[in-house]
Design a protein around this ligand. Structure first.
Ligand code: ASP
Length: 311
């Protein structure tokens, strides 16, 4: 039995058995969710606060749903109306949340490392819901669960992650998780969108979609994160689509049964063609969203086990 986690801040450093435990538990929540049942006793009396300093659709909603399905009291702190806009520091916000005795704190922030800082200052279990360009651990877990359910394994698969790798916390978390689980990870992007530490991350780097996708089992398209770019790192959207947009012609280089993923939000016609995104056989984009709820239930479940609290 693996010791309960205190926080979930990053995938880097997690061991395969820890990852497998989370995925197996999430799998049981997929079945529970599909049966229409809930397990509201599990987190009864616990408080979950969603603290989002950056926009989110899927992640915030699925944490809220996950918390509610397990019986927690869920509070969404809207940062635009909170004291942060009046100049309160992150640590003062942390002290306030601590005084409210919250048990589980889900944080998204545009600064890499913000959840780690909070984790040192609050009693709650902190879950990183995406910090800057650093990590987005629950996204990687839900992606892994989606792949494992479709392919039956992670080991030995070739996964091509395409697009804005440089600014993507999704790419970073996926690279750590999939490499740890024995997949071969390729990144496919223009040179301006490849991180300098790509070699250290142990990935294969490609600048050409046909070569990068050749024989891939999984193709993951990523959004161009223009909000994190300073200056023109890519040509026009039309030209980017021509060379890097995932359409059926480029996908034909991957294995015939290759699955297509995207963490959302999608920019159709930029990094992915609508026909590919909506293809009912190849695309698992909607399934990723479903897996997101199950994975977040598993994470809340595991982290709450690590807390000594009589509820
Ligand atoms: N939703 C993902 C994230 O928060 C991917 C994206 O925004 O493009 O990192």
């Amino acid at each position: 039995m693996i010791a309960p986690h205190r926080h979930l801040l990053q995938i880097e450093g997690m061991h395969p058995p820890q990852i497998e435990t989370m995925l197996d538990l999430a799998e049981s929540y997929v079945l529970l969710n599909r049966s229409g049942k809930t397990q509201r006793d599990l987190l009864r009396g616990r408080t979950l606060i969603n603290l989002f300093f950056e926009d989110s659709t899927r992640t915030r909603t699925s944490f809220e749903l996950a918390g509610k399905r397990l019986g927690a009291d869920v509070i969404n702190m809207s940062v635009s109306t909170s004291s942060v806009n009046k100049g309160e520091t992150l640590l003062d916000t942390a002290a306030t949340l601590n005084a409210m005795m919250c048990d589980l704190l889900v944080v998204r922030h545009d600064q890499s490392g913000a959840p780690n800082l909070l984790a040192q200052k609050v009693d709650a279990a902190v879950i990183n819901a995406g910090d800057g360009t650093h990590e987005h651990p629950t996204q990687a877990l839900l992606d892994a669960l989606t792949i494992r359910r479709r392919k039956g394994k992670l080991e030995g698969l070739v996964v091509a992650i395409c697009g804005d790798i440089l600014h993507s916390r999704v790419a970073r978390s996926n690279i750590h998780l999939l490499s740890a689980m024995g997949s071969t990870v390729r990144v496919v992007a223009p040179p301006t969108l490849i991180p300098a530490d790509a070699a250290r991350l142990g990935v294969e780097v490609f600048h050409d979609m046909a070569k990068g996708l050749a024989g891939a089992d999984v193709v993951m398209a990523l959004r161009l994160q223009r909000e994190r770019m300073n200056g023109g790192m890519v040509p026009s959207a039309r030209e980017y689509f021509r060379f890097y947009g995932l359409d059926f012609e480029k996908l034909s280089h991957a294995r015939p049964d290759a699955m297509v993923m995207h963490p959302g939000p999608m920019n159709r016609g930029v990094e992915i063609d609508s026909a590919v995104a909506d293809d009912p056989v190849r695309s698992v984009i909607k399934e990723q969203v479903e897996m997101g709820v199950a994975v977040r239930m598993a994470v809340l479940d595991i982290l709450s086990r690590g807390q000594n609290r009589n509820v």
